[in-house]
Design a binder for this molecule. Structure first.
Ligand code: ZN
Length: 420
């Protein structure tokens, strides 16, 4: 069919249909409080996958599954030689998860396909929708497992060997639910990648903005810190003669937060876990172990934060005479998204007349690994009170629709459309 450029810019997804599909998928693993518990590679995950794959087949998509269970649903382009413009996310959830985290990105992709089908639009490059395995990392570690194996961040063997609390392995559970595919992970070209996702934070709602144009994902450095003092009786030991590890540790904890404030606006510093030894009310703490989580938008800035806490710990140790051990245990590099994909998202939001602003993702996403293989970008929409990984996670239908329309037009700008 022939299609003028003007009617292409008028193209819109069916918001009600997208909402219905989200609510239908959310019934699989629904919790009494309105959330979803659909852990990776459980029978509920199988039911969710089967539903999504059934929808894809009804839309005429070709479905392939790789060896880590990633699902690719392909709508052929006029030029099948071109690498596909891909979108996707995950449908596994946390044990007390919501209806939108991940599920939105997958079903927004299917809604893009439904819209193209409705209007008989042919793209030059193929369009693909991906369902990545075990993004949440709740049942099996590491997180973002399917996209991580796909990008070569860790091996298939490493992922296969991961076990849940009952000792069941990823490989066996993939086979048990019928999603142990044959395609070699990563041997699947991507031309460019977009992922629509709820923000999972409060920035967009606070600013009353509909579309977050995601610039990148924060880099992370995690440390274990241990402060060594001396246990002693809380009564007989005068204040001047104490070596109170907890008092020294709290000075360092305050500095973690102060460092993050000095690295505004994207710096984050969190002490989330503390162990006090011997943890007795009338004993001066002799040893304190705690976690430090630093994040920032560039590797250089997060490394600077790490340097500052190391330097502070050194001088604090000298001042107090207590040994302080700082050990880095985890490092994720910051992942900026591709300028062309960021531009495509921004242009689509502007063309559609949606308020939009640049944002940075504080959480990891499958798009981080996709970005290591191809130009990538993300679209954020607000979620109620910024809450996610919670059964009360919620989003407005008009925001769901707006983000999907941005996804549609960003993808079309990268895929090319046959105009007659
Ligand atoms: Zn997610």
């Amino acid at each position: 069919m022939s299609l003028a450029t003007s009617s292409l810019t008028d193209l819109r997804v069916n918001e009600a249909r997208l909402w219905d599909s989200l609510m239908t998928l959310a019934r699989i693993g629904a919790t009494p409080k309105g959330g979803v518990a659909r852990l990776a590679l459980t029978d509920l995950d199988r039911q969710g996958r089967d539903l999504v794959v059934g929808w894809a087949k009804a839309l005429g998509l070709r479905v392939t599954v790789d060896q880590i269970g990633n699902i690719f649903m392909r709508r052929e382009g006029l030029n099948p030689e071109l690498p596909p413009v891909m979108t996707g996310s995950h449908i596994d959830t946390q044990p007390t998860g919501g209806k939108f985290d991940g599920n939105y990105g997958v079903l927004a992709g299917l809604e893009v396909v439904r819209t193209l089908n409705d209007h008989g639009i042919q793209t030059q490059a193929p369009i693909e929708v991906a369902v990545w395995t075990n993004e949440e990392g709740s049942r099996f570690v590491p997180v973002m497992m399917g996209s991580g194996v796909f990008a070569g961040a860790f091996s298939l063997a490493h992922a296969y060997a991961a076990t849940d609390t009952e000792g069941k392995t990823v490989r066996d559970e993939l086979a048990a639910i019928g999603y142990l595919g044959t395609e070699v992970p990563g041997q699947h070209p991507i031309g460019s990648y977009f992922e629509a996702h709820i923000e999972q934070g409060p920035v967009l709602e606070d600013a009353q903005v509909t579309i977050g144009v995601v610039q990148g994902v924060l880099g992370q450095r995690w440390f274990d810190c241990e402060v060594h003092g001396m246990e002693a009786h809380a009564g007989p030991t005068p204040m001047a003669l104490r070596r109170d590890a907890l008092q020294t540790a709290t000075v360092l904890m305050q500095e973690v937060v102060a460092i993050a404030h000095r690295h505004a606006p994207h710096g984050r510093g969190t002490v989330g876990m503390v162990h006090v030894h011997p943890n007795s009310r009338n004993v001066i703490p002799g040893r304190v172990k705690f976690s430090i989580d630093f994040r920032n938008h560039t590797d250089a800035s997060v490394e600077q934060m790490a340097d500052e806490v190391r330097e502070f710990a050194r001088s604090l140790s000298t001042r107090t005479g207590m040994a302080i051990n700082l050990q880095q245990v985890v490092s994720f590099t910051a992942q900026p998204f591709h300028p062309d994909c960021i531009q495509a998202v921004r242009d689509a939001a502007a063309m559609l007349g949606h308020s939009h602003m640049p944002v940075i993702s504080g959480a990891g996403h499958d798009a981080v690994y996709a970005a290591q293989l191809a130009p990538a970008g993300m679209i954020f929409i607000p979620c109620k009170d910024g809450i996610s990984h919670n059964e009360i996670e919620d989003a407005l239908p008009e925001h769901i629709g707006a983000g999907c329309n941005v996804l549609l037009h960003a993808m079309l700008s990268r895929s090319g459309v046959a105009l007659a």
